[in-house]
Write a new protein. Structure first.
Length: 185
């Protein structure tokens, strides 16, 4: 079965625990958000969509859609992305503040996707990056608050992701840890 898959990069977070400006913070010589964006942009998705704020750096290869209102919770970013889908029958959702997820992991998700849903399996937890078929778009568009789609992913199939590569940058310390991890690779 062939799917029209959109890559959705959530890149509008406030970065309050970081002290603001998180996605533009430099990591290994480029803005933090560009690490995930560059890996996704290299893959053959039908569309590349980034949900952005005024603080989001340029993400080459992505359609920029501004989050409204600014500072809205994660659920609003997901709903905004789903509303932008047109002919796509599936979506891969990734976070711009997870810079260490390798291209091979995104490719493995794409290969294992059967049209329903699939998550990244990290230390027994189902999380993003994850993929959803269009039958889940209505639920994704009605999520509430600052929580993602974890409930949809529970008990579903997973592609294992090394916990070290699933690092979500929330603090300056996380950024330093990511820098150290990249230097070791």
């Amino acid at each position: 079965m062939t799917f029209q898959i959109a890559a959705i990069l959530l890149a509008a977070g406030r970065g309050s625990r970081f002290g603001g400006g998180k996605l533009a913070a430099m990591l290994a010589g480029k803005p933090l958000a560009c690490h995930a964006a560059d890996r996704l942009a290299a893959l053959p998705f039908a569309r590349h969509i980034a949900i952005c704020s005024d603080d989001t750096p340029d993400l080459p290869g992505f359609e920029r859609i501004m989050l409204s209102p600014p500072g809205a919770p994660l659920s609003r970013s997901i709903a905004t992305a789903v509303a932008a889908l047109q002919t796509e029958t599936a979506a891969l959702i990734a976070l711009a503040d997870m810079p260490l997820v390798p291209t091979a992991h995104f490719t493995a998700l794409l290969s294992a996707f059967d049209g329903d849903r699939i998550a990244s399996g990290v230390a027994g937890h189902c999380m993003v990056p994850a993929m959803f078929g269009s039958q889940h778009f209505d639920v994704l568009s009605t999520l509430q608050g600052d929580r993602g789609a974890g409930a949809l992913l529970r008990d579903g199939p997973v592609v294992t992701l090394d916990p070290q590569l699933a690092l979500d940058i929330d603090t300056q310390g996380d950024l330093m840890l990511a820098e150290q991890t990249l230097r070791k690779r």
